[in-house]
Ligand binder design. Sequence first.
Ligand code: RNT
Ligand code: ZN
Length: 425
Amino acid sequence: MDETIKQRYENAKALYSQHGIDTDQALQALAAIKISMHCWQGDDVRGFLNRDQELTGGISVTGSYPGAARTPAELRSDLEKALSLIPGKHKVNLHAIYADTEEKVEIDKLEPKHFQTWVDWAKDQGLGLDFNPTCFSHEKSKDGFTLSHPDPDIRRFWIDHCKASRTIGAFFGEQLGQTCVTNVWIPDGFKDIPADRMAPRQRLLESLDEVFAEKLDPKHNLDAVESKLFGLGSEAYVVGSHEFYMGYGITRNKLICLDAGHFHPTETISNKLSSLALFADGILLHVSRPMRWDSDHVVILDDELLDIGRELVRHDLLGKTYIGLDFFDASINRVAAWVIGMRNTIKSLLRAMLEPVEALKQAELEGDYTTRLALAEEFKTYPFGAVWDYYCETMNVPVREAWLAEVKRYEREVLLQREAANGLS
Ligand code: RNT
Ligand code: ZN
C-alpha cells in the first residue's frame, strides 16, 4: 500500500466521520455493486453474426478510431484489459449478434451452445453475463418494424428470436450462478406522423406476451423492457414508448429499463427512479450520455450521473436496480471508453455514499433550505478523490490516470497491430 495514498485516505476518513459517514463501510458496500459493461462499445455494435449487415435500428456510431475487435477472442481480450483497470467484480452485457460460433445460424434459432465460449470465459474471469436479443441490423428489420410488424410471419421471426434469447439468458444465469437480465429493446417506429398509433402497440403487446409466456426461474433470468422516445428514422413515433413499457412492466412484472438518452433532452432518468421504484418490480438502467439527442456519448461524471448515483444510494434502490452501461463512441480508444464510463459510474455511487444524507434530509424536514444548500455545496469539495484512490489501490487497479498508460501500451502492442494485419489482407 502506497503510504501517501493511505495517509490521504486516513485524513479524509476523519473528515467524513465528523458527519457520521463511515468511509470503510462505504467502500465495502461499493465493492458489492456490479455494473454491467456492454460488450458493444468494443466493436461499434457490429457483432459477429451477419457482419456484412449495416447498423440499423436508428442508432449510430461515429468515428473510425483504429483497433475495433473483429472476433470474439479479440473482444474478450479487450474486455479483459478494460476490466483489469476497473475496481470491483462486474458483469458483461452481450447482444445476440455476439454469438461465438462457426455455424451459420439464423438468430431465431440461436441456442445456449452458441454462447458456450462466452460462458466458459465468464466463469474463468468470475464475471456475470447479461443478454439482449438483437432486433436490428437484420434483413427482417430493414423496414423498421420487428415485434410490432403488421406481417405475422415477420412478427413470428422476432418473437422466436426473443424467446431464444430468454433461453440463452436463463442458461447464463444457471451456469454462472448469477441472475442474467435479458433486455428487450426494439427499434419499431415511424419517421413521419402515423395514421394509426394504436395498432402497432396492440401488436407489440401481444408479441411480448408470447415472448414471455414461458415462466423462467427468476434466479436465472429476469426480463427487462426498454422504452424510447425517438430514434433516427423514428422521429415521429416509437411503438415502445415510456408509457407503453411502464404499463407493460408493471402489469407483467418485468424490469423497466430506463436509458438516459431515451427521453426529451431536458428530462432526466434520475428523477424517475423514486417514482418507478414505488411501483415496478425492478429497474434496469442504461447509463448513457445524450448530447442534444440520444447520441450515446461515453458517460462522464456530470450532474446527471451524480444524481443517478444519489437516487440509488439515498433510497436504497441498489437491491432492485440493475445498472448497465449503453454508449458507443468510435472516435476514441474503445478500451479507454469502457474504463472511463465504468470508473465514472462507480465514482458516482461512491460520491453518493459519502454525502451527509441524514443531515440534508433533516434540514429539509425542518424547512431549513439554507443548510440543505450550504451543506450540499460544501461537500462537493470534500476529499472524495482520496477515498476513490484508496479504493483503487486496495482493489489492485491503477490509481488516478495511471490506467491510461496501460491502455496506450495495449493500443500500441495489440490494437494497432490489428489494423496492420487488416492492411495486409
Ligand atoms: C437503442 C437502445 C439499445 C441499444 C443497445 C445496443 O437506442 O439504447 O439499448 O443501444 O441495445
Ligand atoms: Zn439502451
